[in-house]
Design a protein around this ligand. Structure first.
Ligand SMILES: Nc1nc2c(c(=O)[nH]1)N[C@H]1C(S)=C(S)[C@@H](COP(=O)(O)O)O[C@H]1N2
Ligand SMILES: [Mo]
Length: 416
């Protein structure tokens, strides 16, 4: 599945402005009207001011199962089964097949589920907002970039008065009472109760980009696991089970996926022209997903197609890679946020709404480059990331089922 159309448009805007700032040559190569290329600083400034970053809810790529899909049920049915904010209920129970001891279960069967009003009460004190990119480990490009809001799951767990014999949290969404349709995931209890410094909490999420989470995005409430691939972020969440079982029970585990995988750092091309004229600067752009290892560089490598590749170097570590420009944080955030503005109290932003560091882990960074001075011929152009440990993509974790991160390539013909 490709990056969502909206994310592409945003990328185009951001990078177009970057080339404008580089001057007319880049702008012309980018097919911008000459009037715009000649524009003065004030036009440049205002252009930069409204660049977008987030993906609107409806424009996210989607990975979903269910027949019927829960959010497509008639309203009366959604109200009945608790898939509207008005009627949403969560069971938070001890695993009946385990010896977990909790003092205060939230259970529909016992008439005291955890409801949406409980969640909003906790939100008054504990709501958090953070940036996170949604990516499926089995898809080569992200599904969307969002500002997510919710209540850390640990607050609900502490409200159940857990006592002992709890090692994992299992959870699943509405599945039409058909076990075959159940989509399950799980986490170690430790990850839910504590966050590594600089990371965000696992949360019960009810808003995206300042709006209530839509049914399609998993509303009224989905799990949101900041550092993991999409399959941990279960939609239409209805049940959380505290268990002493020590093994994962994720639906995705059944399909050979590495369910303990942190998100990886990787780069993808967006603008990759098939042809260019010798002597003209060639704009090439893309984005980087910032995984657990962080991001220090994005690099490209332009190599004549007929040149033999060195043996025993499958990841081209010895190639003459060149750094490209990672673009600064946006000032207009897009995604449907009113006025393109971030709300207050976004994690890792200061009181002026500026990020404390950039790029941030588990988010998206845009990049751009101008290729110059190559002679006529056919070339392979590749891009890769280098993480904060100095390790280049696809290392340190090249295996496919822990998240796609192969080095991408395209063919470029330079005409005389
Ligand atoms: N209930 C439920 N939750 C789910 C899924 C699902 O099929 N059912 N798919 C998961 C997978 S595999 C991914 S990659 C993400 C995708 O999230 P999105 O559709 O909001 O982009 O949702 C996850 N949550
Ligand atoms: Mo997925």
């Amino acid at each position: 599945m490709p990056l969502s159309a909206e994310l592409k448009n945003q990328h185009l805007e951001v990078t177009r402005r970057y080339f404008l700032q580089l001057g007319a040559a880049g702008a012309v190569a980018f097919k911008i009207h000459s009037a715009q290329a000649d524009s003065d600083q004030s036009i440049l400034d205002s252009a930069t001011a409204d660049m977008g970053y987030f993906t609107a809810q409806d424009d996210f790529g989607t990975v979903e199962r269910g027949d019927p899909l829960p959010y497509k049920l008639p309203l009366a049915k959604r109200l009945e089964i608790g898939l509207e904010r008005k009627s949403w209920k969560l069971d938070v129970i001890a695993d009946p097949d385990s010896n977990s001891d909790i003092g205060n279960q939230f259970s529909s069967d016992s008439g005291n589920p955890f409801g949406f009003s409980h969640l909003m009460k906790l939100a008054e004190k504990h709501a958090v907002r953070f940036l996170k990119i949604m990516t499926c480990n089995n898809i080569g490009a992200p599904l969307g970039m969002g500002l997510w809001e919710g209540v850390p799951l640990r607050h609900i767990i502490w409200a159940t008065k857990p006592k002992e014999n709890i090692r994992r949290v299992f959870y699943y969404g509405h599945h039409n009472n058909d076990p075959k349709q159940m989509f399950r995931s799980s986490l170690p209890i430790g990850r839910v109760l504590e966050d590594p410094p600089g990371d965000n909490p696992v949360m019960l999420c009810y808003k995206l980009n300042g709006e209530w989470l839509t049914g399609k995005r998993g509303g009224p409430v989905r799990m949101l696991v900041p550092d993991a691939y999409g399959f941990k972020s279960v939609k239409w969440l209805k049940t959380v089970v505290l268990t002493n079982a020590y093994k994962a029970n994720d639906t995705y585990a059944e399909a050979n996926n590495d369910v303990d995988s942190w998100m990886k750092t990787m780069s993808r091309f967006y603008l990759k022209p098939a042809k260019a004229k010798a002597g003209e600067p060639i704009p090439v752009t893309g984005w980087a997903q910032v995984g657990v290892g962080g991001l220090s560089k994005v690099q490209i490598w332009v190599n004549p197609k007929d040149k033999e590749l060195p043996e025993g170097d499958p990841y081209f570590t010895a190639a003459p890679w060149k750094d490209v420009k990672i673009l600064p944080p946006p000032t207009h955030w897009g995604g449907g946020l009113p006025g393109g503005k971030l709300p207050d109290n976004v994690r890792f932003f200061d009181s002026n709404g500026r990020p404390k560091h950039w790029p941030m882990r588990y988010t998206l960074a845009h990049w751009a480059a101008l290729i110059k001075g190559i002679s006529p011929g056919i070339y392979d152009v590749r891009c890769r990331t280098v993480d904060q440990n100095g390790i280049a993509q696809p290392m340190p974790r090249p295996f496919r089922k822990s998240g796609r991160n192969t080095i991408q390539r395209f063919s470029l013909t330079i005409e005389a």
